[in-house]
Design a protein around this ligand. Structure first.
Ligand code: NAP
Length: 323
């Protein structure tokens, strides 16, 4: 990279998001000797950092999500990845020393880069029933790792039927006396291993074909009201001191409106090389449209996005190896 054309002050690669996808992209781009900055808000907790236990990341069995991310950070920093805390508001086209690039607008000022990798992940979806907003922090939670210990010997409800709901319900049995999983179908979406563990756990009960219509209480949550989806008139109360909502994800892509093509539910449309519809913008991890959202797939995406960005930047600078 010596003697190359490099716009002053601009980064070769700017990564938005500090979860497994962004940190892997950072490791690869920095290790390829590109001037790389990773920007993260510091406000939004990456999903993985609040995951109690990661059992399926190959080679690192049974590690806490937070500890795994710390290892990713350490490894990327070793190769020169730079970091900044800033909330990104939008992307604008820019010309950098005659080359097309991007201005990344943030609450800590603007950054310029020839390529951008979006790895902003996704956040918990809200259920939108009466009581949810009112009791958030007073019984309603989206993080079992953070709030589970407050519910020692208490009864809690988990809403959802996917991997997250079941994994977190199992974790909550370490504290709660009873965990009722309320799911809108008559079987779980979660992977078979988790289904089996939940079915054989004596602290877990199920409310099948049920949706929560209201979260009730006074100072704090005392119960949820559930309706049967097959008999909507049939409602009942389930006593609960805590309500954990795990009903899927909403991608953190609002700031990209108009900059890149977004697909269903706002996920970024990226091809297998992690290229988006905008030249120089790549995307990886949970924020893109894809089949499987796991740490290992996020890392794979991150590596691919960094390599694609590398080829793109080399083409801009005319430093690439002939292809
Ligand atoms: P998910 O797989 O999308 O599951 C969401 C669950 O919530 C579904 O059961 C869905 O019901 C239910 N749901 C959605 N909207 C609802 C509503 N308004 N009211 C009631 N229920 C609602 O989401 P996730 O479990 O958070 O998982 C996200 C991704 O992370 C998945 O790809 C998952 O495999 C992955 N993940 C993997 C692991 C692991 O490997 N250990 C752990 C956690 C997450 P329906 O089934 O009826 O649609």
């Amino acid at each position: 990279m010596n003697g190359e054309k490099r716009p002053e002050g601009a980064y070769d690669v700017l990564i938005i998001g500090g979860g497994p996808a962004g940190l892997t992209a950072g490791l690869y781009a920095a290790r390829a000797n590109f001037r790389t900055l990773l920007v993260e808000s510091g406000m939004v907790m990456s999903q993985i950092t609040v995951t109690h236990l990661v059992e399926n990341y190959p080679g690192v069995p049974d590690i806490g999500g937070y500890d795994l991310v710390e290892k990713f950070k350490e490894q990327a920093k070793k190769f020169g990845l730079q970091g900044a805390y800033a909330a990104v508001a939008g992307l604008e086209k820019a010309t950098l020393s005659g080359m097309p690039g991007w201005k990344v607008k943030t609450d800590a000022g603007d950054f310029e880069a020839l390529s951008v990798i979006v790895a902003t992940g996704a956040n918990w979806r809200k259920i939108g029933v009466p009581g949810e907003a009112e009791f958030t922090g007073r019984g309603v939670s989206y993080c079992a790792t953070c709030d589970g210990p407050f519910f020692r010997e208490r009864e809690v409800v988990v809403i959802g039927g996917g991997d997250t709901a079941v994994q977190e319900a199992l974790f909550l049995t370490n504290f709660a006396s009873k965990v009722t999983i309320v799911h809108r179908r008559d079987r779980l979406r979660a992977t078979p291993l988790l289904r089996e563990r939940a079915a054989s756990n004596p602290k877990i009960a199920f409310a099948w074909d049920s949706i929560v219509t209201e979260i009730g209480g006074k100072e704090a949550v005392t119960h949820v009201r559930v309706a049967n989806v097959k008999e909507p008139e049939e409602t009942r109360e389930i006593p609960a001191d805590g309500v954990f909502v795990f009903i899927g994800l909403v991608p953190n892509t609002g700031f990209l409106e108009g900059a890149v093509k977004l697909g269903r539910d706002g996920y970024i449309v990226a091809d297998r090389d992690m290229k988006t519809s905008a030249p120089g913008i790549f995307a990886c991890g949970d924020c893109i449209e894809k089949l499987l959202r796991q740490v290992v797939t996020a890392c794979g995406d991150g590596a691919t996005a960094a390599f694609s960005a590398q080829l793109y930047v080399e083409d801009l600078k005319g430093t690439g190896y002939p292809r």
